[in-house]
Design a protein around this ligand. Structure first.
Ligand code: NAD
Length: 360
């Protein structure tokens, strides 16, 4: 029987609607080609959500996200709302969704398409063929640990403090995601920590080592985070899957994404314990180019491909989308952010058209 997908489409602010439109067209075409049945439901989020109902994550939007099988997310962020109290700012929507849906595993591939090797600030020979998956724990660590705050000491000086904390079960949970992802790729996991200094990550290393014994087909290595930051620039191709905590992952995943030199190309997934996920490009709402048909939709289209692969197990459909993106790039089409000499400069919609045509 054909699988039926119920997808919540939360386009958000800035370029969000333009780029999600193109990913939606891709899903609709796959559905028309018989890969799956499809129900798409849209809802406001971020600045658009705030303007519609006074909150960046309106109740109805959260309810839709909860009831859907997966969420396709555009971007949130609206500079004109930056003076609102923090809890009402558009970016809070994404934090709310992560928390409410228990999205604890953030998967961010960083890969280089041969046509774009020159877009990286690193030498082409260092990055060409790069294909890394950074897996970041998303709901624990120093970002959520209690107590935290700013207090005034007896001598009147102010002191800021946060708590780094990981429970064993949280480490095991993200560890499984990493080992299982590695099984579908190069069968190598590098666990990144600071076990020489921080007890929390000493436990992280112990738990990862124990867990690794149940995946004898996956090679597990460990690396300190400072070395990992260096190695990502020095010899990034040594990595297959990198797994790390929330704070180190925040920094390393941004560093890894920049190896590719093109923010408009990189998808991401945030998964819960049952592989339900929120899929979004790694970039923001890009207000500087919104509404001008300039945004690169490929990161969002590739996020939809990740959704098909990770939440729905539709490998063939995911492969078809990724192959179409490769074909489009090698045909020389380029939005302004990835434009090189000799390319045909196209807009958001034309790029979507080209991907659809390449899927036929
Ligand atoms: P940004 O990622 O929106 O843009 C950075 C630069 O990259 C801009 O020059 C932009 O034009 C360009 N860019 C981004 N996506 C592109 C695409 N698809 N195609 C072509 N060029 C692209 O980051 P920013 O400017 O720092 O932030 C803008 C807003 O987005 C802020 O309100 C920020 O808080 C928000 N933001 C949201 C998310 C999210 O929704 N997950 C992530 C990051 C930033």
């Amino acid at each position: 029987m054909t699988q039926h997908l119920k997808i919540a489409v939360l386009a958000g602010d800035g370029i969000g609607p333009e780029i999600t439109d193109q990913a939606v067209r891709v899903l609709q075409q796959l559905s028309a080609q018989g890969h799956f049945g499809l129900t798409l439901e849209q809802a406001p989020v971020g600045g658009v959500g705030y303007r519609a109902s006074g909150h960046p994550l309106p109740q109805a939007t959260l309810a839709l996200a909860k009831s859907a099988d997966a969420i396709l997310f555009g971007a949130v962020g609206d500079f004109s709302l930056d003076t609102l109290p923090r809890e009402l700012r558009p970016e809070q929507a994404i934090l709310g969704l992560r928390k409410e849906l228990g999205l604890f595993a953030n998967l961010r591939p960083a890969m280089i398409y041969p046509e774009l090797a020159g877009a990286s600030t690193l030498k082409p020979e260092v990055v060409s063929g790069l294909d890394i998956m950074i897996i970041r724990e998303l709901t624990g660590d120093i970002y959520f640990g209690q107590p935290r705050g700013i207090r005034v000491l007896e001598n009147g000086e102010r002191e800021g403090f946060d708590t780094m904390v990981y429970r064993e079960s949280e480490i095991v949970r993200i560890g499984h995601v990493a080992f299982q992802a590695a099984r579908k790729r190069g069968k190598r996991v590098c666990s990144v920590d600071k076990a020489n200094v921080l007890e929390t990550t000493q436990l992280w290393r112990e738990v990862m080592t124990e867990l690794g014994k149940s995946y004898p087909d996956v090679a597990l290595t460990h690396m300190y985070v400072d070395n990992a930051a260096m190695q990502l620039l020095k010899a990034p191709k040594q990595f297959d899957v990198v797994v790390t905590g929330n704070m180190f992952g925040d920094i390393l995943s941004d560093e890894a994404s920049m190896l590719t030199g093109s923010i408009g190309m990189l998808p991401s997934a945030s998964l819960d314990a049952k592989n339900k996920g929120l899929y979004e490009p790694i970039h923001g709402s890009a207000p500087d180019i919104a509404g001008k048909n300039l945004a690169n939709p490929l990161a969002t289209i590739l996020s939809a491909a990740m959704m098909l692969r990770y939440t729905f197990g539709l490998t063939q459909a995911a492969d078809a989308v990724e192959a179409a993106v490769r074909k489009t790039l090698s045909s020389g089409m380029a939005t302004p952010d990835i434009y090189r000499d000799g390319c045909q400069r196209v807009g958001t919609v034309e790029m979507g058209d080209a991907v659809l045509a390449a899927m036929n």
